[in-house]
Design a protein around this ligand. Structure first.
Ligand SMILES: [Cu+2]
Length: 318
């Protein structure tokens, strides 16, 4: 993925008939994003079980796209010639034409389109090719964060760490489209592509946890890529200090225990663990069926926390 290749003045304010002129009030970028659809066999749990999945760039979720409100995304999707199926890209951060920009492309084809990221927030992107349920269930989704152009404020404080978590469904391989629609052969919940990926408490094969230091503001960008089910997100042994519905700083709630994320949506969750002691939280979809089959992630908070996690290129821990 290529990002931030060029910068252009986006807002040009002209003084129409007035003696005074105005300097540009904002500068937006054109952000080039390129992805390739790959139909690949990849690992879906910590043990090493593999399934034939469909992906953006070979990973579940696909690459994290991050822009600032007002930026133009210059997007290009290639459907690898080795693939068997048509695919597409539906950015929920885009306001375009479903029959044009989001149209399917055949194996070997490339499609380009641009859109302006007009609203700040955390948005899903996913494949919309037919049957959409199968393309999403096989892993064709990812996240685009649109940071607010105003930046940080008292209402939207700067976090110390940021983690991106995407929850999706895992079905038995070969499940038919009708059974996917009916939720049959559902076997578990994927967090960033694996069952219990960051939960060594429930899965002894898990090797990773989310980490922070006591008192740090930890910001979670949580996206629901389930085909049918909402997510009921709760930080066990904590309370969400703030929740920004859809990730828009204007949509703020404080002191939240459990927050619902509909399918194909997302929200920002801030957690501030105690500053005076080491603690642990379990970030859980509190619907037990999904929690105990994969949708729990452990946040360990102590002074030994790895300073690189939740920063720079480690927002999605692969
Ligand atoms: Cu697809």
């Amino acid at each position: 993925m290529i990002t931030k290749l060029s910068v252009r003045p986006h807002v040009l304010v002209l003084a129409l008939g007035l003696a005074t002129s105005f300097a540009p009030t904002a500068w937006a970028k054109t952000v080039k994003v390129e992805m390739t659809v790959k139909e690949v066999e990849i690992q879906v749990d910590n043990k090493g079980t593999k399934q034939n999945m469909w992906t953006y760039d070979g990973t579940i979720p696909g690459p994290l796209v991050r822009v600032t409100e007002g930026d133009v995304v210059d997007f290009s999707l290639t459907n690898d010639a080795a693939n068997k199926n048509s695919h597409s890209m539906d950015f929920h951060a885009a306001i375009v034409d479903v029959l044009d920009e989001f149209a399917e492309i055949k194996p070997g084809g490339t499609k380009k389109f641009t859109f302006e990221a007009k609203y700040p927030g955390v948005f899903i992107y996913h494949c919309g090719a037919s049957a959409m349920v199968e393309h999403i269930a096989r892993g064709m989704y990812g996240v685009i964060i649109v940071d607010p152009k105003e930046g940080f404020s008292k209402k939207f404080p700067k976090p110390d760490r940021e983690y991106v978590l995407v929850q999706g469904d895992l079905f038995r391989e070969g499940t038919s489209v009708d059974d996917l629609l009916d939720g049959k052969n559902w076997v578990g919940s994927l967090i960033n592509g694996r069952v219990f990926k960051y939960d060594p408490v429930h899965d002894q094969d898990a090797t990773q946890t989310l980490q922070a230091k006591p008192g740090e503001r930890v910001r979670f960008y949580y996206v629901n890529a389930n085909v049918n089910d909402p997510v009921a997100l709760h930080p066990i042994a904590g309370i969400w200090d703030r929740v920004y519905d859809h990730g828009n700083p204007r949509n703020v709630s404080e002191g939240v225990q459990t927050f619902t994320i509909p399918p194909a949506s997302g929200a920002i969750f801030d957690l501030v663990p105690p500053a005076n002691r080491p603690t642990n939280n379990a970030i859980v979809d509190h619907a037990m069926r999904r929690a105990l089959r994969g949708a729990i992630s452990v946040l360990m908070t102590n002074d030994e926390a790895d300073p690189t996690l939740g920063r720079a290129d480690k927002l999605i821990l692969r």
